[in-house]
Design a protein around this ligand. Sequence first.
Ligand code: UDX
Length: 463
Amino acid sequence: MADQTRTSVNRNQRIILFPIPFQGHINPMLQLANILYSKGFNITILHTNFNAPKASNYPHFTFQSILDNDPENKSSVSRDIHTFAQNLLFKQDGAELAFREELKLLLSSRNDGHVLCLITDALWHFTQSVADSLNLPRLVLRTSSLFCTIVYASIPVLDDLGYFKLSDNNHLEKLVPEFPVLKLKDIVKMGLKGKKDPVAELIGNMVKNMKTSSGIIWNSFKELEESEIETILDKFPVPNFLIPFPKYITAASSSLLELDRTCFPWLDQQPPNSVLYVSFGSIGQVEVKDHLEIAHGLVDSKQPFLWVVRPGFVNGSTWLEALPDGLMGEGGRVVKWVPQQEVLAHKAIGAFWTHSGWNSTLESVCEGVPMICSPFRSDQPLDARYVSDVSKVGVYLENGWQRDEIANAIRKIMTNKVGEEIRERSKALKQKLDASLDKGGSSYESLESLVTYISNFNFGGII
Ligand code: UDX
C-alpha cells in the first residue's frame, strides 16, 4: 500500500468527487466524502441532476450539477444502468467535452479553497484524459471488490477462451483454470456477451484508465481480500488504498429512496439472531414467478424475516400485488426500503439473504452477519462465490429461485450446525476488521496514507 510521510490537513484544501448516479455507486462515494471531510478536507460533489444526492443532508459540502443540465445535451444520462453504460461509451466525446468545460470553470474559481485532486468513480474513465490535460491528479474509487476487478481485467482472455458463450451442456460446474475459485457458470452468469459487449468495453476502458490514475481507493480491507493484493499491485501499479467505508459511516444519508424505520420496534421484540433480513439491492429485478418462489421459500422456512421489496423489484408489478392474499402470514414483515446497515447491526438479525452487491456484502461483513447469496449478474456472481468459497461466511444458492432450495438454505443458515460455523467465521472476520481500524492496523494505516498522499498533491490551478 502507499507509503508516505504524514502531514496535517488544513480546511482550505479541497477535493472534488464525482459519483456515478446509481445507489450502489453514490453510497460509497458519499461515505468516502464524509470520511475525507472528517480528516479536514473541504468537499465538492459533482453530480448529475438525475439521481442527485440530497444536498440538504450534507450542509458541509458544496454541490455542483454537471453533464445533464441541458436536456438537449447528448451526454444526458439514462435512467437504466445498461443504457447508461452504452451512452457513456458512444457519447463519450460529448460527455468529455461537457465535463472538461465545467471542471475548468470550477477550477478557475478561487473562492472555494485550493483544489488538491479529483476522485471519480472508476467507471467515469474519460475523466482521466481531462484531468491529465489540466495536470489535475485523479484518483479513482472502485466500488466493487479487488477480486471482481482482477476478473474484469481478464475479460478479453476469458472471452478468447470462449467462456462467456458456454451453455448448459458445457460442464458449467467445472472450475475455471485461470481462476480456480470460480466455476464456469459464474463467468456465464456475469451476463456479458464477450469483450465486444458494450458493458465489457466500458469495463476495458475503466481498467485501462485505472492503471494510469494517481491511485485507487477500494471499499474493502486487507484481511478480507489478502490473497488478491499481490495481483492488484501487479496489474494496477499505482498507490492502492483499502478502506472499509461502512465502519466509518453508514450509507443512510445518501439513500435515494425514503427510509422506513417502522421495522425497528418489531425487531426490538425478536430474540437475538432470529430474523432473516432479505434484500436484493437497488437495481435487480425478478419476474412474478420468481417473486412467488421467494415468498413461498420464506414462508416454508418458518423463520421470522424482514423482507425489502423495492418498488419496481418485480417486473410488471408496482409492489406486492402478485402475491396471493394472506400468503406472507404473520411470520415476517415486508417493507419498501430500510436503513440497511442499521438493520444488519440489530441484534435480532441472524442472517442476510442478499444479491451479493458489493456494498451489501461489505455491510454484512462489517456487522458480522452470515449471508445467503442469490446474485443477478455483473460482479455479483463473483462476490457470491468469494463469500461462500473463499471467506466462507455465506452459502450460495446456485440454482436460481426454487422454493424448496430457498427454505432449506434458510433453515441451514439460521438453525443448524453448518449455519453456526458460518456465524462463527463471520464474527471472527468482523473481529479482524475491527482490529484493522486500530492504530497500526491495516485499514487505519491505509486511510492515514491516503490522507497524507492527497495532502501532498500540489496542483497549480488553471492559468
Ligand atoms: C450495484 C451492483 O448490483 C453491485 O454489484 C455493485 O457493486 C454496485 O452497484 P446495488 O444493486 O445497488 O449495486 O447493490 P449494493 O452494492 O449492495 O448497494 C445497495 C445499497 O443500497 C447498499 O449500500 C445498501 O445499504 C442500500 N440499501 C439497500 C438501503 O439503503 N436500503 C435497503 O432497503 C436496501
